[in-house]
Design a protein. Structure first.
Length: 673
């Protein structure tokens, strides 16, 4: 029998073949079918980065299954579609879904939820009829044209809603405060899906509520007051903005008391938690976030709606919003656990929503630093890369979850063996994450740009270096038997070097941010990174009070934290911890000099970058004259790293006897109303 050559099928079809719903060979530049019909062959959609990564993961899963079948002669269940370096043995679920799980369903109020067989809402007979989920629901969703179609629908809808949003007439100061949120908060945390929110704001749809709107406005007040016109409107009619926060709290408790549990309810709680955290109100922040995490479990958002929808009809937009909200909660859970010194609550599993955002329209949006005075400062057109940044932040938070659990558990003593294993596995995972980070998201200390990239990209880089410090810092106090034998102390000395390099890189990036945008735009995550960097410089000063370079770096951090108090009051607690340690050493805490700054004379929000150098040399580094807040005296950035930094046996011995500052941001306030 003669063999007939079969053209290799492409995963991407041209537009004419897709419309005809026929197989496309995928030949470039013209497929065979279009060539035969003499039609224009057009490939409209290019594969996204997330789609390509998903294909790679699927190939890896199939290879693992095939290897298991060949070696064991048995069926191997597919694993969750997560990168291999993010999956740990402790996270594995041997049997996938429990037999009691029947998927999502609607309750008698029309709310999407799920329950197990022990609940009041499901009989054992229901479980028997559906105890074995279908193979289509057990395995990851099929990869192919369906995903491209979903992406096309979501992206098209997003652009339509953006156009309608531009045509809408939202009055001030509401529009100004919303723009603050979309620019400085949304790209990193992704609490709200913008296309659905702005659309439903006009028609009072399910993804908008007045409660959520008040929470967004209240959260943006601290940045919005930097604009004189907005401040005047807030002072005249809205009690300086306090009315928004008061209404949000009253309305959220009213919703909960009436059993109203919606996605806007969860989003409101997350924003209130973030705001209370910045103010230093730990109890309120922890309670709000805790309710939000309970609600996403109740609403079934912790389950992949695309695979386990069961009888619930979820649209493309519904699934996209639920996926984003789960990972927003997951990220915030790690951040608030870090701030408050608590154990993380949310864990991902094989049934969790994937780290895939099909609507990548925000990737190509132009990012403009909203709210800055543009008279003497023009920020160049810059792609936001919001989708990529959030996806990489989710991956980073999965790694950091392991660090929190195995190195910073507040309720049990992490064993030395456990910490060593975590150091080995997560150190490699962090390095792989960094190696795979796209160049457009990476900030290299040795080649800083003239102007800081978008705020969320800066925060992503600083959090990476912060997590790196928190990975290695516990090992600095591990005493090594055998004295100062280089063969024994070399690993620990490397940990100290890694911490110093990461801390220095953090403050260099932070200075770039402040000299471009000012201190008033710093989110709490960025402020926390400066605090953790300061903890390393403090260790160096404690080990050697005559270390002038470390003293200069620590002084920079102190002045930065002192100025950040006006934006994030909780930083005052962190500053007090450092001041107490310096007082024990007999070192006077430097006072911040009074300086003029751009903006309203009565506005404490926008402050120029500090003029305390990180090095002993006062030489100026040339900076573009367009920077409005550029008053820093950083010089010779290439010497801020390990060059000239020597770890002597005396320094190593001194550092190993010191206790680092707590990862918790000071003594946060108790619960107060």
């Amino acid at each position: 029998m003669s063999s007939v050559g079969v053209a290799k099928k492409s995963a991407f079809s041209c537009e004419p073949c897709r419309k005809r719903k026929v197989k496309c060979g995928g030949e470039r530049p013209t497929c065979k079918r279009c060539a035969t019909r003499t039609e224009a062959c057009v490939y409209k959609l290019n594969p996204t980065l997330s789609y390509t990564q998903r294909l790679e993961r699927r190939v890896q899963e199939l290879e693992q299954q095939l290897a298991g079948i060949q070696s064991q002669g048995s069926y191997v269940r597919p694993v969750a579609p997560a990168p291999a370096h993010l999956r740990k043995p402790s996270d594995a679920v041997d049997d996938g879904l429990a037999g009691s799980f029947t998927g999502l369903k609607l309750d008698d109020k029309g709310v999407i939820t799920y329950h197990g067989t022990t609940s009041f809402f499901q009989l054992p007979s229901e479980n028997e009829m559906s105890a074995t989920p279908s193979s289509s629901s057990q395995s990851p969703p099929a990869i192919g044209d369906a995903d491209l179609d979903r992406r096309e629908r979501l992206v098209t809808n997003a652009w339509q809603q953006r156009a309608l949003e531009d045509l809408s007439a939202t009055p001030e100061p509401f529009q100004y405060l919303l723009n603050i949120h979309w620019c400085w908060i949304q790209p990193l945390f992704n609490f709200i899906y913008r296309p659905a929110f702005t659309r439903d704001m006009q028609v009072l749809g399910p993804y908008y509520s007045h409660t959520l709107m008040n929470a967004v406005l209240s959260h943006s007040i601290r940045w919005g007051k930097s604009d004189p016109s907005t401040r005047q409107k807030l002072d005249e009619a809205y009690e300086g903005g306090a009315v928004f926060g008061r209404h949000a709290r009253i309305m959220i408790f009213d919703e909960l008391s009436h059993g109203i549990t919606t996605i806007p309810t969860v989003q409101t709680l997350l924003l209130l938690s973030a705001q209370e955290c910045s103010l230093g109100n730990s109890a309120q922040a922890y309670v709000y976030s805790g309710i939000a995490f309970r609600l996403i479990d109740h609403l079934g958002i912790c389950v992949d709606g695309a695979r386990y929808a069961a009888s619930v009809n979820l649209s493309d937009e519904d699934i996209e919003i639920r996926n984003r909200l789960f990972w927003s909660c997951y990220f915030w859970d790690k951040i608030i656990s870090l701030y408050l010194g608590r154990s993380p609550v949310l864990q991902h599993s094989p049934v969790s929503p994937p780290q895939i955002m099909f609507d990548d329209s925000s990737e190509r949006d132009l990012w403009v630093p909203f709210g800055l005075d543009s008279k003497d400062f023009e920020y160049p057109p810059t792609a936001a890369h919001s989708n990529s940044c959030f996806t990489k932040m989710c991956q980073l938070s999965v790694i950091f979850n392991q660090i929190l659990v195995h190195m910073y558990d507040p309720l049990r003593l992490n064993t030395e063996a456990e910490m060593e294993e975590c150091l080995s596995t997560q150190g490699a995972a962090l390095q792989q994450w960094w190696d795979e980070l796209p160049q457009f998201l990476r900030i290299e200390k040795s080649s800083l740009p003239a102007l800081a990239p978008p705020s969320h990209i800066v925060t992503l880089n600083c959090l990476y270096h912060t997590f790196k410090i928190l990975l290695y810092r516990p090992m600095l106090s591990q005493r090594v038997a055998g004295g100062c034998d280089p063969r024994l102390t070399a690993p620990n000395a490397r940990y100290l070097l890694e911490c110093v390099n990461a801390a220095t890189t953090t403050i260099v990036i932070f200075d770039l941010f402040c000299s471009t945008f000012g201190y008033g735009r710093c989110v709490l995550s960025l402020s926390y990174s400066v605090y953790i960097a300061a903890s390393i410089f403090l260790l160096q000063v404690q080990a050697n009070v005559n270390d002038n370079l470390s003293c200069q770096r620590l002084k920079f951090c102190i002045h930065a934290l002192d100025r950040l108090k006006s934006v994030n009051p909780v930083i005052g607690s962190a500053l007090s911890l450092i001041s107490k340690e310096l007082a024990r050493l007999g070192i006077e805490t430097p006072q911040s000099p009074q300086q003029n700054y751009v903006g309203s004379p009565s506005d404490p929000m926008i402050v120029p970058a500090t003029n305390y150098p990180l090095t002993n040399e006062p030489a100026q580094l040339p900076r573009p004259p367009t920077r409005p807040y550029d008053q820093s005296q950083f010089s010779r950035l290439d010497e801020f790293g390990s060059q000239g930094f020597e770890i002597t046996p005396e320094l190593f011995e001194a550092v190993s006897t010191l206790e680092p500052l707590s990862v918790r941001v000071g003594a946060l306030n108790d619960f107060k109303f």
